[in-house]
Ligand binder design. Sequence first.
Ligand SMILES: [Zn+2]
Length: 402
Amino acid sequence: MVLKLRSPSKAKRAWLDQTAERFRQGVQLGLDAALSAKTSNRGKIHAATYASIRALGLPSDYCRMAVNQAVQLARSHFGVRKSKRRARKPTVVRSQGIGLGANAYRVVGTTLRVSTGNRGEYLWFPLCVPARWRDRLQYVKGDARLFKRGSDWFVMLPLKMPTTPTVCDGGGETVIGVDLGIVRLATAKHPQGVFLVNGKPIRHRRERFASLRRRLQRHRRTDRVRAMGDRERRWMTDLNHKVSRQLVDLALRYPNPVLAFERLDGIRDRVRGSKKFNRMVSSWAFRQLVDFVQYKAERAGVRVVFVDPRKTSRTCPKCGHATRANRPEQSHFRCVACGYQGNADVVASLNIAAAALDVLRHGPPDTARLGQPGQAPPVGEGLDGVKVWASAHTDPNLESSA
Ligand SMILES: [Zn+2]
């Protein structure tokens, strides 16, 4: 969470500027040591440079952060050097700001209290906190960062939302089902409305890219075809970053949030068999979107649950009647049993949430069922260590006879 410091006084600005400059010098010292010793070992860098960083006048809490930052920069530099033949020697930029160790600050009310290094001496920075983020301040935990953009100062505060036990403790979760699709990239019914991302611009763009590609191929411009493919992928990646951010932010508006998706083999099934369909939104784009959501959700403390994709699009969320006949057209849902009507994507979102709740209530399904031939393997541990579950069954209420 990034918050702006509310117009700090001249003296406080001077402290920020001075500390940022010392911090930058400290990181540079650490980085130089790392490069000359060809190591990114934290202990070694710390031992070699701590005293001289401290001598810059940087408080000890900040020195540790400067060493950490140097280690990170060194690691990314060594990483880049492996892939490219020559990478320029990195210099530490001013914009990186000041690393605020977990012990160097506290949020009191809506004010940031920063330690100056002298015992019992603090600087107080009132923060601009949007009302909808106020609840989140209680979850601030871990190393933070102060940084300057233009003439304004900001603080990046890490959030650690409490995670509840995997087996449900009597409810209280807000489960938001996210339906991914072609017509709409994402549809998510949440307590206060419906979040949706129209898929039309994506389809449109892919069509245009495809026709361009055909023309270029006729002229045997394989280099340009490849470059265009890269551009298209980058565009989709950007969009996925945005949408995943929005979904996680949406979830964070609710207590104890859970985001639920269909297992992705379902999406591949859905777009299989049609070349045109595949071109519209390829499965890697969905997979990437879900990867991004998982990654961002983990950092924000939002759980992600995966459910069985079968029947989510044709089950009535009201009475549970499941039949293909409930979907007279692609975009519309109308239950033949009880008459419940709604947008098909919203209905799918509701069903995904219901199935996810079932996973939360009854835990991950037994492995024997998942081991049956013809079924997709369970999703065990997701990317980045996020625990995810695959459900091989849906709520019995949703499986009523066709
Ligand atoms: Zn119904």
